[in-house]
Design a protein around this ligand. Structure first.
Ligand SMILES: [Zn+2]
Ligand SMILES: [Zn+2]
Length: 340
């Protein structure tokens, strides 16, 4: 008889999750069983359970890819990780390790990859089976709740900032000060980059100010393009974490010549790109998806050194459907972390 665990399960797209008791899975050889302590709630989880994206997740599905916990047991043949180790289970559940992307340190682009809480069951549960080669090892001085959202939100924006190619002293626009944006501001500042934070909510802009954003703009009240062009002649980089499609075309207009805009938010839809502006001003528009295992080590290290702090509220697994509703109406400041 297997031990039982609570899990939140999506049975149909667009329907509320069902929290129920299911058996704890057995550990296959080469894998580990992690007893989860916490899991952050990511906007992508909402997209997953709504079936919003062109590639659909498995059903039924346990969502969640910001899970942190303790290794409970290790399968046969596992080396380099032991019972009691503190680990995190990120979006990149596993990759092939053999393709051109894996071999060149771009495992996040592996076509054979599996994704936690999407193509395999995720971390809205008390236990998860994970791949020892793809889990994060949590720094000793970083708490579980402090680490959880670094696994996706922190990692995503850290990599996204690197992908803008901005340097210390340059200007970056962080569009959207939500779960991703509030971390992006901190990473950018820690990297010596000057920050312009954009949002439509005063509360979020107050948070941006408290995180030492150099300029904050309420885009519902002021024209951000005009203000950025006037104040600094355009930004070197733009990181779009906002989910309104409008932020994407606006972002390109905020760039100075040779600027790079990086997209990390994932609303469905398209945006218009002026060919003339892109060519003449040598602008780059680039997508970025989470980050590699090396990026994850680096992004956790910023948090362990106290340079990046996740603003979070603890919640319960049973409350997941209310959390999703609040997320849909943009009522969440910072991040929600579920205690498991
Ligand atoms: Zn995520
Ligand atoms: Zn691969």
């Amino acid at each position: 008889m297997n031990k039982m665990m609570n899990a939140a399960i999506a049975y149909e797209f667009g329907k509320p999750l069902v929290v129920e008791s299911i058996p704890v899975p057995d550990v296959p050889s080469g894998m580990i069983l992690v007893k989860l302590v916490a899991c952050g709630v990511c906007h992508s989880d909402l997209h997953a359970v709504n079936g919003d994206w062109p590639i659909k997740p498995k059903l039924p599905l346990i969502p969640g890819h910001e899970g942190v916990g303790i290794v409970e047991s290790v399968g046969e043949g596992v080396i380099g990780i032991k019972e009691g180790d503190r680990v995190g289970v990120p979006w990149l559940y596993k990759a092939c390790g053999k393709c051109e992307y894996c071999l060149s340190g771009w495992e996040t682009l592996c076509e054979q990859q599996l994704n936690t809480g999407y193509s395999v069951d995720g971390c809205y549960a008390q236990y998860i089976i994970a791949d020892p080669n793809y889990v994060a090892h949590l720094p000793a001085n970083l708490g579980f709740f402090e680490a959880a959202s670094i696994l996706c939100a922190g990692l995503t924006v850290y990599k996204g900032i690197k992908e803008t190619e901005v340097k210390s002293g340059d200007w970056i626009v962080i569009s959207g000060v939500g779960g991703l944006g509030h971390l992006a501001i901190q990473y950018a500042k820690a990297m010596g980059i000057r920050v312009i934070a954009l949002d439509i909510h005063e509360e979020q802009l107050e948070l941006a100010k408290s995180l030492k954003a150099d300029i904050v703009i309420n885009v519902a009240k002021e024209d951000p393009i005009k203000k950025i062009k006037t104040a600094i002649s355009g930004a070197h980089g733009v990181l779009v974490t906002a989910v309104s499609p409008n932020s994407f075309s606006q972002g390109v207009d905020m760039l100075r010549r040779k600027g790079v805009m990086v997209l990390v938010g994932l609303p469905s839809g398209k945006f218009e790109l002026s060919i003339f502006d892109t060519v003449l001003n040598r602008k780059t528009v680039r997508g970025s998806i989470v980050g590699t295992r090396m990026d994850l080590i680096e992004s956790l290290d910023f948090a362990a050194r106290g340079l990046v702090t996740v603003h979070y509220t603890k919640d319960k697994l049973e409350n997941i459907n209310n959390i999703f509703s609040a997320m849909k109406s943009n009522k969440i400041t910072g991040r929600i972390i579920i205690a498991l």
